[in-house]
Design a protein around this ligand. Structure first.
Ligand SMILES: Nc1nc2c(c(=O)[nH]1)N[C@H]1C(S)=C(S)[C@@H](COP(=O)(O)O)O[C@H]1N2
Ligand SMILES: [Mo]
Length: 513
């Protein structure tokens, strides 16, 4: 290898190591100032999520699903890695330019952190400390280590002090690694997992209706009627999960109210608890999609809380806010009209999982999550649609968004090969709070046939259905549509997710052998 290539490689390695030092040191400082949200990768990633246009977010949710955040962080990591290599190479020739590159990173990280809704001034510290450490490392790694050797006969030559370079490099790797890992460990202190396990949920004052026998259609591949917490879909803008200790949690109800109400977690647990089976779904759910889940929630009545605060006339919206600054607008009327709108603390017999809003979240039957289901909720402002907009409604999504009637074929799966003869076709349909009255299936554009409906505990959950089909060899297209409790038939017209949810009929193609 010639000297030029060695120089390039050395520069790239110096950039990578200095970049590692910067991120590691930033992580360590984040453990003391600002928390995980303030570590530059998370801060820049979160700012990225806020700034991303909704079509791209929609694309990410659709294609990466719950992994969208992992994909974002990994792309960010790779991008920063490549930039660090380039900065290192440049720094070999032009040290000042390289240092300026690191400084720019620090500024971007600091600005991203401080402009987060939860960002106080201390959140700039991790980015700045990290970038200063990275600049020192870069300087030490690329500085000139050549020295002049004069031989006995007076001739001079130059050599490089490789040993000192190696020692510096190893030292930098150690500093980056130890501070990064140490920071990670220290940040884990903030985790509320043990506080969550210690929560004793109160007994329900009003029990859920028992789930009728037969609500679950027993077929291999069938969706479970109750979604286990670990399988419940997750959609949110949080790159790191908010860690809210129940001891510190407070809910403030204010705005157009007669009295401001403040509630601690203990106050909340003392309220009469309702236990209800409610199916939640996401506006980003495509026809045939999986962004719906059904759980048994335990929570206090939101309507009672609002009555206690005294909603002033003219108010038509609750603007709820999570601890990480995400907002949701919900029509007051849907909370007060007698449905089981909950401030929930329990999900399927345990405290809410952290990913699903621990210690408290909202659940309102019939409304898509983005207009109802605020996780990590800490603030309810009684206001007007004319005054306040929420996170997604500022981004072209509708203010009023009842969940649209959808039905889905779960078995057989699309492109399945099945044996000719009697084949059960089964699936799930939902029209929360209106209920499912009819599900029909047709094969190859034939006549619609009525499926058998499984029993349900109420109108607020999804409903399973099954139809026996005499399958003949060949390729067949199966289609499904549902009719809700108001008599409205699920429309065949495909409309996109934006602004208020997708519609269309789900179909699968199967090969019968
Ligand atoms: N704090 C917070 N709450 C949130 C969101 C969010 O991004 N942040 N997303 C909403 C959306 S769009 C949906 S569909 C539901 C999803 O709830 P889950 O993740 O428990 O399934 O949460 C809602 N509540
Ligand atoms: Mo959603």
């Amino acid at each position: 290898m010639n000297a030029k290539w060695i120089g390039l490689l050395a520069g790239a390695a110096a950039g990578a190591v200095a970049g590692g030092v910067a991120l590691g040191v930033a992580e360590l400082f984040a453990a003391f100032a600002g928390g995980a949200q303030a570590s530059p990768l998370i801060a820049v990633g979160s700012a990225g999520i806020t700034l991303t246009p909704e079509w791209l977010k929609e694309f990410a949710i659709r294609h990466f699903g719950t992994n969208d955040k992992l994909v974002l962080l990994m792309s960010l990591g790779v991008g920063i890695g490549i930039l660090a290599l380039v900065i290192g190479i440049v720094a070999k020739r032009y040290l000042k330019v390289g240092l300026a590159g690191f400084a720019a990173f620090g500024v971007i990280g600091a600005v991203a952190a401080v402009t987060r809704p939860t960002g106080g001034w201390t959140t700039v510290i991790p980015s700045i400390a990290g970038c200063l450490a990275g600049m020192v490392a870069l300087f030490l790694l690329v500085r000139d280590r050549s020295y002049v050797i004069t031989s006995e006969n007076g001739e001079t030559s130059t050599d490089t002090d490789r040993r000192s370079l190696l020692v510096t490099g190893a030292g930098a790797v150690a500093v980056g690694g130890v501070s990064g890992l140490g920071g990670e460990l220290l940040l884990k202190r903030d985790n509320v997992d043990s506080a969550r396990k210690a929560v004793r949920l109160p007994r329900a004052a009003s029990l859920a209706k028992p789930v009728p026998k037969g609500a679950q259609i027993r077929l291999p591949g069938m969706t479970p009627f109750v979604t286990p917490n670990k399988d419940f879909y997750r959609v949110d803008t949080a790159l790191t999960l908010p860690q809210i200790s129940p001891r510190d949690w407070r809910l403030r109800i204010h705005g157009m109210v007669d009295h401001v109400v403040e509630l601690s977690f203990d106050d909340l647990l003392k309220r009469p608890m309702l236990e209800r089976d409610i199916t939640l779904s996401c506006v980003s759910n495509q026809v045939g999609g999986r962004y719906a889940g059904n759980a048994r929630w335990l929570g206090a009545s939101l309507a009672d809380l609002l009555r206690q605060a005294g909603v002033r006339s003219g108010a038509d919206q609750i603007l709820s806010r999570s601890s990480d600054g995400f907002t949701i607008s919900t029509p007051i009327e849907t909370i007060m009209d007698g449905r089981d709108a909950l401030l929930a603390v329990g999900m399927n017999g345990e405290a809410l999982p952290v990913a699903h809003g621990f210690p408290a979240r909202m659940i309102v039957p019939e409304l898509y999550g983005y207009v109802s289901a605020t996780k990590w909720v800490v603030d309810l402002k009684v206001t007007r649609f004319a005054t306040d907009k929420a996170y997604w409604t500022k981004r072209r999504y509708a203010d009023h968004a009842p969940i649209k009637t959808l039905s889905r074929i779960d078995v057989p799966q699309s492109f399945a090969r099945v044996k000719a003869g009697r084949v059960p076709v089964a699936g799930t349909a939902w029209a929360q709070h209106r209920g499912i009255d009819l599900v029909e299936v047709r094969i190859d554009n034939g006549p619609w046939r009525r499926a058998e409906l499984a029993p349900v505990p109420g109108l607020d959950t999804w409903r399973q259905w099954v139809l026996e089909w005499d399958a003949t060899p060949g390729s067949h297209r199966l289609e499904v549509r549902a009719t809700d409790g108001t008599g409205a038939v699920q429309p065949s017209k495909r409309v996109p997710v934006i602004p208020d949810g997708a519609t269309g009929w789900h179909s699968v193609v199967v090969t019968v052998i």
